[in-house]
Ligand binder design. Structure first.
Ligand SMILES: NC(=O)c1ccc[n+]([C@@H]2O[C@H](COP(=O)([O-])OP(=O)(O)OC[C@H]3O[C@@H](n4cnc5c(N)ncnc54)[C@H](O)[C@@H]3O)[C@@H](O)[C@H]2O)c1
Ligand SMILES: [Zn+2]
Length: 359
């Protein structure tokens, strides 16, 4: 088992990466423990991995984005209080990013903070969201409007969980893995290019564990000194400025990480047009990394320029007149601009549409 130590202003914590599920046994020794488990994960593993769990100590939570809200947090409070939850209890939650957000918010607010162990079971949660201290809930139609900064006390992850993920969810996580490898510099980016066939074939757990570990290390390097997301951490939004807009125009039919891949293709088109990325690197990234991992493609109407423009203008971090875009440049350095106008968006979007039509 390898360990990544994360320094946080709230509390330091550790990510334990393991090729086996052995860590689950040790949880049974924790006093005042309570499990919250994604209902799909529960169905898949209740008769095997979780057969030993006392059902009195488990809340099985049906998972949908529409339930990532305060009502579901109240369900968690109710289940905990029904078992006379105390300040010194430990919540152990097992699931993807939705379970992480719901249980993290619940853990941060109950008694102003209880012990929380998180076991990420999706690729997205393992390689990206589990570190970063953020918890977010949707409110009415506003996505991730409510939240807190609250890291788990411990994170335990085993890539074997991802074996049972649907392709849609696996390739969504892959979008974040790719983003983080590209942001980690040329050596890591090239390593990804050679490992991508194994990662997309989903048949090499050792390559996957290594890709997860490297993704977390890169994320950590951008979070250091900016835990509360006021500067450098913002570069982690590479692929997200345009990607969030595609999620919105597709009404979330394009999974998050897949929208991020589309966003990275778009950003590279702009970087190439601005002379920040050579044609060689552009093609290499396009054909060796981005297009092979893009399994859910947006339709022409989901890439309507006016609607994309309107969605990008809603970016909460936008301060000036122009649109914000984070780009990868020739030297594998990241750069952020805030001056993208409608004409530039239109022509890059046109090129994106023809790229996707040809691919
Ligand atoms: N807090 C953060 O920092 C942060 C960062 C990124 C994303 N998020 C949030 O995370 C959510 C997306 O997370 P996600 O992609 O992990 O999705 P998810 O939690 O919705 O899980 C995706 C699907 O996979 C199922 N699942 C989970 N583990 C499984 C397993 N081992 N085998 C089979 N099926 C399994 C779930 O039931 C669900 O149907 C979004 O709500 C997003 O806003 C939060
Ligand atoms: Zn993301």
């Amino acid at each position: 088992m390898s360990v990544i130590r994360v320094h946080s202003a709230i509390r330091d914590y550790e990510v334990h990466l393991s090729e086996s599920f052995d860590f689950l046994d040790a949880f049974e020794k924790i006093p005042n423990r309570f499990y919250v488990i994604d209902s799909n994960v529960w169905k898949l593993y209740r008769d095997s991995l979780f057969a030993y769990l006392n059902p009195q100590l488990v809340l099985v939570l049906p998972i949908e984005e529409e339930r990532k809200n305060l009502s579901t947090v109240m369900e968690v409070y109710d289940a905990l209080m029904a078992r006379s939850a105390k300040r010194n209890m430990t919540m152990i939650s097992i699931g993807g990013g939705i379970v992480q957000d719901i249980t993290g918010f619940s853990a941060s607010t109950l008694y102003r903070g209880i012990n929380w162990i998180f076991v990420p079971s999706t690729l997205l949660a393992q390689a990206d969201s589990c570190i970063g201290s953020k918890t977010s809930l949707n409110y009415k139609n506003y996505k991730n409007l409510i939240g807190s900064f609250f890291p788990p006390n411990q994170i335990y992850l085993c890539p074997k969980f991802t074996k049972t993920l649907k392709d849609k969810d696996y390739f969504s996580g892959m979008g974040e893995v790719i983003k983080l490898h590209l942001m980690g510099g040329e050596v890591l980016a090239r390593e990804l290019m050679s490992n991508l066939p194994a990662l997309t074939a989903r048949d090499n757990p050792t390559a996957l564990l290594s890709a997860i570990e490297k993704s977390l290390a890169v994320k950590l390097s951008y979070m250091q000194d900016d835990e509360f997301d006021t500067g450098k951490r913002n570069l982690l939004n590479f692929g997200h400025c345009f990607g969030h807009a595609v999620e919105s125009t597709s009404e979330f039919a394009i999974p998050h990480g897949q929208a991020v891949i589309v966003g990275m293709i778009f950003a590279n088109i702009v970087a190439k047009a601005r002379g920040l990325m050579s044609l060689d690197l552009f093609h290499e990234l396009q054909f060796k990394v981005l297009l092979p991992a893009l399994t859910t493609r947006p339709t022409q109407s989901q890439l309507n320029t006016e609607q994309i423009m309107a969605a990008m203008q809603m970016d909460k971090k936008r301060t000036g007149e122009g649109l914000v875009l984070i780009m990868l440049t020739e030297g594998f350095e990241m750069c952020k601009v805030e001056d993208m106008g409608f004409a530039e968006l239109t022509s890059a979007n046109q090129e994106l549409l023809s790229t996707l039509a040809k691919a």
